[in-house]
Structures are given as C-alpha cells and as structure tokens.
Design a protein around this ligand. Structure first.
Ligand SMILES: [Zn+2]
Length: 61
C-alpha cells in the first residue's frame, strides 16, 4: 500500500507497518524512514514529499 502526501506544509503521521509496529513519520521526510520493528522502509522522500509504505492510522498535524 502506498500513500502520497500532497499537503505542502507537512505533518506528522502515525503509520502502521505491515509487521504491526506503529511509528510517527514526518510527511516531508528527506531521508528513508525504516520501521523500528522489522527494518523495512516505512517512508521515502519523493520530490519534496514522502511516499508512505504502510497504513496511516492517525494524522498528528
Ligand atoms: Zn515493520
């Protein structure tokens, strides 16, 4: 599952990995974010925004 963030300001997203771990990811991350549970990438930068790999369970603003 992929989710592309189109919000210009950026926000923090709580993302649930496929392994079940939940982790907060900045929507405009400039580096690859890896899951602290299974070490799979949870997000990677894409033209100023992030592509999220996983399920967004909450937007933290
Ligand atoms: Zn994981």
């Amino acid at each position: 599952m992929k989710y592309e963030v189109h919000d210009m300001a950026g926000k923090y997203l709580k993302v649930q990995c496929k392994c079940g771990n939940e982790q907060v990811v900045f929507s405009h991350t400039t580096s690859v974010v890896k899951c602290s549970g299974c070490k799979e990438p949870l997000a990677h930068p894409s033209g100023g925004t992030a592509v999220i790999h996983g399920k967004i369970v909450e937007e933290l603003g």
